[in-house]
Design a protein around this ligand. Structure first.
Ligand code: F0G
Length: 461
């Protein structure tokens, strides 16, 4: 799609449609109250534009649907498994691949094997499920993203990079407690920000010196690789698949959620080279996921992932993907809405702490903003801030480094006019942001509270 045109079009035609319905404001107000101001508790058909997550919510291609028909459901050794394994290894040539029903199952298996009380696992920024799976084993999850990663306004091109000096300090002081080092590409919790190949190499070098394995949390590997081609010196014009293989060659293993860049609605895997770890994880996998040639997935899911992986590294698709997300970000920035820059690959993150300076972090400005976006226009977003990360394992509460609201864009699902509508909704909410009040929590579970907590808006001052 060259020829010098400015407009980057969706590189697909619509093949099947799913109607959506518009509630009026009064109905949305009622639904929100019934959901106790937790957007996870809404019925999805009461949502107009659903930007809660880009996970499992994308549209599959006609080729993926065709592959679904080829799904073979043999319990062991299905041809669908071999096609899946080959597609994974084409991009991530690790010796052992264990399919799982989604990313967190891979995390649970991995950390059940290597983690435990007294252990510490560094990452640029752990995603919530990764952190929770580590903490559930009694270990500590440490975020070591570079300082720019916490500055919404910093234009650093690779804000997902891991602070190599901080990693070195951790390994020098607590090396014996560190079973592995992780790198999340792209760094979802930090704004969908990429990690550079130079940083991955530097992390590898430190891991080598301390003899630590390096694992990728590779959910958004294709978007990360695309950012490398457009931002990292020396990689312009290099094939995305080659960059992915280069990233994989620096690691000893990976966890994956196929619900993101692999363009599937469900699935994941765990992969590595270490034979002993493979044996241990295979045994754990059989306990909860199933036999290692299907791992909690139907053969048809394995087929959809195998095709999705090849489509994920298509450059027309990635150019459109990143352009359409940045279209949303640029429009919000022009309107003066504080957004995390540079724009991430899968989502635009609004800085709720800055938009709602009158709401302190412990009154959850991100939650207040997310509820307002739903009330105003039926747009569902997700708080990534003090609700998600503020509660510590000992039950105490602290402000998260940032209070963000994520507008995650499902892959190949919404058109530009849907996004134009979202921009208008945000514009209206931002215009009266000063009137929004904070929230208080009326119920919360011990872990991962954002999924099921209940809230109440604080009275206006
Ligand atoms: N790692 C990262 C970086 C993620 O973003 C996610 C999921 C996971 C691991 C877990 O994968 O959902 O398949 O179990 N992120 C979704 C999100 C839920 O909305 O960002 P999963």
């Amino acid at each position: 799609m060259g020829d010098g045109f400015r407009t980057i079009i969706e590189p697909f035609r619509i093949h099947a449609v799913e109607p959506m319905r518009m509630l009026d404001r009064g109905e949305r107000q009622r639904k929100l109250a019934e959901a106790d101001y937790n957007l996870f508790a809404l019925h999805a058909d009461d949502v107009l534009i659903d930007l809660l997550t880009d996970s499992g919510t994308g549209a599959m291609s006609s080729e993926q649907w065709a592959a679904v028909q080829r799904g073979n459901e043999a319990y062991a050794g299905a041809p669908s498994w071999f096609r899946f394994e080959a597609a994974v290894k084409e991009l991530f040539p690790f010796r052992y691949v264990l399919p799982t029903h989604q990313g967190r199952a891979a995390e649970r298996i991995l950390f059940s094997a290597v983690s435990g009380p007294g252990r510490v696992i560094p990452n640029n920024t752990h995603f919530d499920t990764t952190r929770a799976n580590i903490e559930a084993t009694g270990a500590e999850a440490v975020d070591l993203v570079i300082p720019e990663g916490h500055q919404p306004r910093s234009e650093h091109p690779f804000k997902g990079n891991l602070d190599v000096a901080a990693l070195e300090r951790l390994l020098a002081t607590r090396g014996d407690d560190v079973p592995l080092v992780m790198l999340t590409i792209t760094n979802n919790s930090g704004g969908g920000q990429p990690v550079s190949l130079a940083n991955a190499r530097a992390v590898r070098e430190v891991c080598d010196r301390y003899r630590k394995p390096l694992f990728l949390d590779a959910c958004r590997f294709a978007e990360n690789a695309w950012f490398i081609t457009i931002r990292e010196p020396g990689y312009a014009g290099v094939a995305v698949a080659d960059i992915v293989r280069e990233l994989a060659s620096l690691a000893d293993g990976m966890t994956m959620s196929a619900k993101k860049d692999p363009l599937a609605n469900i699935g994941g895997w765990l992969a590595f080279n270490d034979e002993r770890l493979a044996e241990q994880c295979r045994n754990l996998e059989i306990l909860t996921e199933g036999f290692p040639t299907y791992g909690g997935l139907a053969g048809r899911d394995l087929e959809a992932i195998a095709v999705g992986l090849r489509e994920a590294v298509d450059e027309d698709y990635l150019r459109y993907r990143v352009a359409s997300v940045s279209y949303l970000g640029s429009a919000l920035r022009r309107l003066g809405v504080p957004v995390v820059v540079p724009f991430g690959g899968h989502a635009i993150f609004i800085d709720a702490r800055e938009l709602l300076p009158h709401v302190p972090p412990l009154a959850y400005p991100g939650q207040a903003l997310a509820c307002a976006l739903y009330l105003e226009g039926g747009v569902r977003s997700c708080e990534i801030g003090t609700v998600m990360f503020g509660r510590k394992p000992d039950g105490s509460e602290q402000p998260a480094p940032m209070d963000l609201v994520r507008l995650a864009v499902p892959r190949r699902t919404y058109t530009q006019s849907h996004i134009d509508y979202v921009i208008e909704v945000v514009e209206r909410v931002a215009a009266s942001a000063g009137d929004l009040t904070g929230m208080e929590i009326t119920y919360q579970p011990e872990r991962l509270r954002h999924f099921t907590a209940r809230f109440r808006p604080l009275p206006a001052r």
